[in-house]
Design a protein around this ligand. Structure first.
Ligand SMILES: [Zn+2]
Ligand SMILES: [Zn+2]
Length: 465
């Protein structure tokens, strides 16, 4: 259990999510090892198992009910869309925000306080609650209101005193008149477990197409939370475990939802080897489900069409063009990034890489650059705590060699003139709070003057907002 040593620096530094690795064995393991199995204890185990069977049965029933009644659409907020509007009252001004399929808002802003960022939620009854953060999170204000269709706001109050009311308008962007690309972060973490962040996965929505870049452990829950059940294609950047881990589960999900077409898979060399091996690992599962559900389980749902490329255009349907380009994540070779262009909008996703000139080239003038990032100071802090663990210390140092530091990412964004910078694959895997995020990006704004967003799972970024 030497690996558990990873958790010690994270625990003490306070910069990692609590409980990011199992620190203690569970109660049963403790009993199994530490106590003699008396009759009393054996009976307890049987009782436990009976309860567990009952509970499992209930969960299955609940799952079937949800499948039947909700058709698996867990997220369909009536308020979903992009909005712009005005407030009057003690707090006035122009505001804008995007409401996702779950009614969540991650980007509320108001021109009265341009540095303030708001996040919150509108429930199905129209109760709005937004927490605005000022001065990098040092100050917050909670705004609550009732909203009706098109975000007509009534009874607005803030916890710092004051009222507001106003009216919003659905942004033309959400009415399909202006094309946009939406980036949904489904996993912003790394291979080291962090309960607040799934492993690498980014969804790109362009028109009616959805491109899933990497399928790291934990992404699937975030994808379903975003109201998405299937994708047009999967694109791999490279074959480290934190980028491929949950691919098999995506295939099972396709089976459950009744996908009728084989899944398109695009990647650098290695895609055929990795994907075929994963399908092989799931072949018994597939056979059980086929035997159980018969022709309700479509064969195509667990089939793939794999295309391997070196670089260049990997997808082009006339409107959407995707280009693959080589990066440097050696010894993980080949490793690539992607540029997606759709009717004048563009997004670049870096994949894992150290700083390479082609990133600046490919990201030239793009609307959104989603780049991996390593904060050197925070990594050095964890190194200081690893003095007594030479193996882990050496491994941490090695990690720096094939990632891009936050300062280097800022240089790329500046040199490429990108409009918005979004950081993902955060090393170290910081907890989700604005204090840690501010520390993570410290110094970057001196180099890159545009907006910098520290990625969080579930975040939606639109080229038009
Ligand atoms: Zn990697
Ligand atoms: Zn990675």
């Amino acid at each position: 259990m030497v690996e558990m040593g990873f958790s010690r620096p994270s625990k003490h530094s306070g910069l990692f999510a609590p409980g990011s690795l199992p620190l203690a064995m569970n109660g049963r393991a403790f009993l199994d090892r530490g106590f003699k199995k008396t009759d009393y204890y054996k009976n307890q185990i049987k009782e436990d198992e009976r309860m567990r069977t009952k509970l499992f049965g209930l969960l299955v029933l609940l799952g079937i009910f949800l499948l039947g009644s909700a058709g698996f659409v867990m997220a369909d907020s009536p308020f979903q869309g992009s909005y712009k509007g005005t407030f009057k009252g003690n707090f006035g001004g122009n505001w804008k925000c995007t409401v996702d399929a779950n009614g969540r808002i991650s980007d509320f802003s108001i021109d009265l306080a341009p540095e303030a960022r708001g996040r919150g939620v509108i429930d199905r009854e129209g109760n709005l609650k937004v927490t605005l953060s000022f001065h990098g999170g040092a100050m917050t204000a909670v705004w609550t209101a009732n909203v009706t269709k098109d975000l007509i706001v009534k009874n607005g109050k803030t916890d710092r005193g004051g009222t507001f009311e106003g009216r919003g308008m659905r942004n033309p962007a959400s009415a399909k008149s202006e094309p946009s690309i939406k980036v949904i972060l489904l996993g912003t973490g790394t291979a080291i477990p962090n309960p607040q962040r799934a492993c690498a996965s980014t969804l790109i929505v362009a028109g009616d197409k959805r491109f899933l870049i990497d399928t790291g452990r934990g992404f699937l829950n975030n994808m379903v939370k975003a109201g998405i059940r299937d994708v047009s294609a999967v694109l791999f950047t490279h074959y480290h475990s934190d980028h491929i881990g949950e691919f098999g589960e995506l295939m099972v999900l396709r089976g459950l939802f009744g996908a009728k077409e084989p899944l398109k898979v695009i990647g650098p060399k290695g895609a055929k080897k990795v994907v075929s091996a994963m399908l092989e690992a799931y072949s018994l599962d597939n056979a059980y489900r086929k035997a159980h559900h018969k022709d309700k389980w479509y064969d195509a749902s667990e089939q793939v069409r794999i295309q391997e490329f070196q670089s260049g255009v990997v997808y082009d349907d006339g409107d959407i063009k995707i280009r693959m380009f080589e990066v440097d994540h050696s010894p993980a070779k080949p490793a690539v990034g992607y540029r997606i262009d759709y009717l004048g909008k563009s997004v670049v996703v870096s994949g894992d890489t150290k700083k390479v000139p082609q990133m600046t080239e490919m990201a030239k003038g793009c609307d959104i650059l989603v780049h991996e990032a390593l904060n050197l100071q925070l990594v050095n802090m964890s190194e200081a705590r690893l003095r007594d663990h030479p193996r882990l210390l050496a491994m941490t140092k090695e990690m720096v060699e094939y990632h891009t530091t936050t300062m280097e990412v800022a240089e790329i964004a500046r040199d490429a003139g990108v409009r918005n910078l979004v950081l993902t694959h955060l090393v170290p895997s910081i907890p989700v709070n604005s204090k840690a995020e501010q520390m993570f990006i410290r110094g970057m704004s001196d180099i890159y003057k545009g907006p910098i967003l520290v990625g969080r799972d579930g975040m939606v970024i639109d080229t038009n907002s």
